[in-house]
Design a protein around this ligand. Structure first.
Ligand SMILES: *[C@@H]1O[C@H](CO)[C@@H](O)[C@H](O)[C@H]1NC(C)=O
Ligand SMILES: *[C@@H]1O[C@H](CO)[C@@H](O)[C@H](O)[C@H]1NC(C)=O
Ligand SMILES: *[C@@H]1O[C@H](CO)[C@@H](O)[C@H](O)[C@H]1NC(C)=O
Ligand SMILES: *[C@@H]1O[C@H](CO)[C@@H](O)[C@H](O)[C@H]1NC(C)=O
Ligand SMILES: *[C@@H]1O[C@H](CO)[C@@H](O)[C@H](O)[C@H]1NC(C)=O
Length: 378
């Protein structure tokens, strides 16, 4: 058999079609874990780590970001990494291209979003690494400029199909909330807690300007929920607007803690892949390390917080993605047969706000009018 005669580099060259081999169909790569980064700094910290060895295989995949055309994999192919490009649209298209690429079989793969984020100082501090259960799309709403809102509106954002902030939407688009496997999260959080987090003097100085814990304490591993928006907002009023909306759209369950631009795009593509039977949505980890706060320290302006301040959080947040991520990767590889191969069964609803994949557990998000699969009422 040809496939037993060729190995290593030659097999890869064949897989990429650079050597003609009539009738030869290489087996797709089936990584145990796929690291998902959005941009260069997040990528570099993983691919330049020689112990991980992600540059052993470069696999060019049509349809992923032309800025980051290669998926990087270890020589065994057990660990791979993709860079989506920034923002939800790039994340969704990159993941979709990968899921439907014949080069990969992702049906048993664990997906680990590893990216930086803003953080609400009530939940954590810079350098902290958060693991999200709920992901919420924050800016899929009506919006009015604050100078043209009624006196009794607390914000210019109004949920779809309603007359005022704070009301439950009467229609949605469907990408609004995703909920992840909490038992998987519990496992990876316990593993993540064995990592020694990096900190930095300028991050310590900046966070000391916040009044209270946890903002002014050392970084740690935390569990909380993450928002996605195209708008890169800052300041307590914008943060409160979206925290209030998070509560409305998740029926009071989720609390907005970290903020980034990509997760909903990534999760939407993964959800579609799960509906198509190509990936397992119970195998998704969202890891977000805090590079900055979502609001300035007390007494400073919102614009100062985003436009002028240097929170010092960027470097430790990037480093902590690696130190935490490698613990999780090691756990998945070392305990594959015992724990991960057949999956970690969730005890919570796992899926989207549409109940797109009906399971044994009823959704705790969404409403009967939204569900594409009905939920029994008993
Ligand atoms: C993969 O690409 C990187 C550059 O991005 C390069 O340093 C590395 O040597 C390549 N690996 C292989 C196996 O060609
Ligand atoms: C993609 O991989 C190929 C093959 O190793 C390499 O020649 C090329 O430089 C890589 N591209 C980038 C942007 O890393
Ligand atoms: C705001 O005031 C208008 C009347 O001016 C009233 O109809 C509406 O219900 C009020 N909305 C809220 C959110 O209080
Ligand atoms: C958030 O909700 C609280 C409680 O309803 C309200 O007092 C506050 O004004 C809201 N904040 C914003 C920015 O809408
Ligand atoms: C969430 O709240 C809305 C509005 O009150 C309600 O229609 C819906 O059934 C609730 N969903 C869940 C899962 O409780």
């Amino acid at each position: 058999m040809l496939s037993t005669l060729v190995s290593g580099t030659l097999a890869l060259a064949l897989a990429r079609g650079s050597i003609a081999a009539p009738g030869y169909q290489p087996a797709p790569l089936s990584p145990k874990i796929l690291i998902i980064n959005a941009f260069e700094s997040e990528t570099d910290v993983f691919v330049s780590d020689s112990q991980l060895g992600l540059l052993a295989q470069n696999i060019t995949v049509p349809g992923i970001s032309p800025q980051y055309p290669n998926v990087s994999c270890t020589s065994s192919g057990e660990v791979c990494q993709v860079t989506t490009g920034e923002g939800g649209f790039q994340a969704a298209t990159t993941l979709a291209a990968l899921i439907y690429s014949a080069t990969f079989d992702l049906s048993n793969t664990y997906f680990m979003i590893a990216g930086i984020a803003g953080i609400n100082p009530d939940f954590g501090t810079t350098g902290s690494v958060a693991f999200n259960r709920y992901a919420i799309l924050l800016d899929s709403q009506y919006e009015f400029d604050y100078r043209q809102i009624p006196d009794n509106f607390s914000t210019g954002f109004v949920p779809f199909g309603t007359l005022a902030p704070g009301e439950y939407p009467s229609f949605i688009y469907g990408s609004d909330v995703f909920e992840l496997n909490d038992n998987l999260r519990t496992r990876v959080v316990s593993v993540a807690k064995t990592a020694e987090l990096v900190d930095d003097a300028s991050a310590q100085e900046y966070r000391s300007r916040y009044d209270s814990a946890p903002a002014n304490q050392s970084p740690s591993i935390i569990q909380c929920d993450g928002g996605t928006s195209n708008v890169w907002y800052s300041g307590s009023l914008m943060a409160d607007t979206f925290a209030n909306y998070t509560s409305v759209i998740t029926n009071g369950t989720a609390k907005l803690c970290t903020t980034a631009n990509e997760d909903i795009g990534t999760l939407q593509a993964l959800m579609r892949g799960a509906i198509a039977g190509l990936i397992d949505f119970r195998r998704v980890i969202v890891m977000r390390s805090a590079s900055n706060f979502d609001r300035p320290p007390p007494g400073m302006s919102a614009t100062y917080g985003l436009l002028s301040a240097d929170s010092g959080g960027f470097t430790p947040s990037i480093q902590n993605l690696l130190v935490t991520g490698t613990k999780i990767i090691d756990d998945i590889l070392q305990n594959w047969d015992k724990v991960y191969k057949f999956g970690i069964t969730p005890d919570n609803y796992v899926g989207d706000i549409l109940n797109s994949i009906p399971g044994p557990i009823k959704p705790d998000i969404g409403a009967p009018a939204f569900y594409v699969n009905p939920v029994s009422t008993d």
